[in-house]
Design a protein around this ligand. Structure first.
Ligand code: Q46
Ligand code: ZN
Length: 301
């Protein structure tokens, strides 16, 4: 099959809009949408430094590469790569090595933090103690804490994550099914700046996971394709299959979930204005007296 825009062979067929694209046109199609998101989400008056949370997987490597290509040459912007070693044997180290190589090649500052140093234990110690909760609950909360505190210490105005459209649609449906409307109202990208909380940006939120994978391949990006040994336990997987099934039956469903949310979001924010955050004894912003990370950690002891 030929590309719709040139004589080259198509590398993909995009079901939700019926287009065949060659590698070059596919890459421009992704870049156009990510750049539009960056224009909407980034406000350099908040600070010139952009922290990019990078694990070495395809989504975070694509995010880092596109942010570097968009802001790398600008004098008013500075990119800092931040990575977290959660202490998952055989999984995280090789992926962080890829991130370090990328940063060296492109002369980007690389900062790393580990669960072992921060909390005295890594995920391989925490997982057997997580009881009825998924290890990912601990991993996600502790990782967010490390990323936020590191980005804050670096005085960054934004914290970019590699969340793609599939992740976003899954989170929305999970919160919806659990009746957690308040959490939905607080989902990123953040519009209100809260003291101590570095506003998140999610430039890939409009890019389906498959497209992020294909983009990384077409761009020749090195990324880690391994699966975390604890991934099976994630509740998110149930939502992944439901939404993938929906998308198979009606292409474009993932976009529809996101666009329904975008229409509802201003109303949700009006109904549930963000309460002012307090400061936990560990220094992190929190809604209650102790942050979620401190609560989970004390539960482990
Ligand atoms: S690293 Fe951590 Fe993920 Fe592994 S334990 Fe779960 S949350 S699956 S992105
Ligand atoms: Zn705390």
């Amino acid at each position: 099959m030929r590309c719709d825009h040139c004589q080259n062979d198509a590398v993909t067929f995009i079901r939700y809009n019926g287009s065949h694209l060659c590698s070059g046109h596919f890459m421009s199609y992704v870049e156009r949408r990510v750049k539009r998101e960056l224009r909407k989400q980034v406000d350099l008056s908040r600070g010139s430094r952009i922290a990019v949370a990078v694990s070495g997987g395809k989504d975070s490597m694509v995010t880092l590469d596109l942010i570097r290509r968009t802001f790398g040459k600008r004098r008013d912007a500075e990119i800092h790569c931040i990575s977290i070693d959660e202490g998952i044997d055989g999984y995280r180290r090789p992926s962080l090595d890829i991130v370090q190589r990328y940063c060296q090649e492109h002369s980007l500052p690389y900062h790393e933090r580990s669960f072992a140093k921060e909390f005295g234990k890594g995920m391989d110690d925490i997982a057997p103690l997580s009881g009825s909760s998924s290890p990912c609950t601990y991993c996600g909360v502790l990782r967010r804490k490390c990323l936020n505190s590191l980005a804050r210490e670096l005085e960054c105005g934004h914290l970019a994550t590699g969340l793609n459209l599939d992740d976003t649609a899954q989170s929305l449906m999970m919160n919806f099914a659990r009746g957690d409307v308040e959490r939905m109202a607080r989902m990123g990208p953040h519009v209100k700046v809260q003291p101590g909380l570095i506003p998140r940006i999610q430039p890939l939120r409009v890019i389906p996971e498959k497209e992020s994978y294909l983009y990384a391949m077409c761009a020749g990006l090195e990324f880690h394709d391994g699966e975390c040994p604890y991934a099976d336990a994630a509740l998110r997987n149930q939502y992944r299959s439901i939404i993938d099934e929906l998308e198979k039956r009606s292409p474009g469903s993932k976009f529809s979930i996101l666009s329904s949310y975008e229409q509802l979001a201003p109303m949700l924010r009006d109904r549930m204005p963000q309460t002012d955050l307090r400061e936990c004894s560990c220094g992190e912003p929190t809604l209650s007296t102790r942050c979620k990370a401190c609560q989970l950690l004390s539960g482990l002891q």
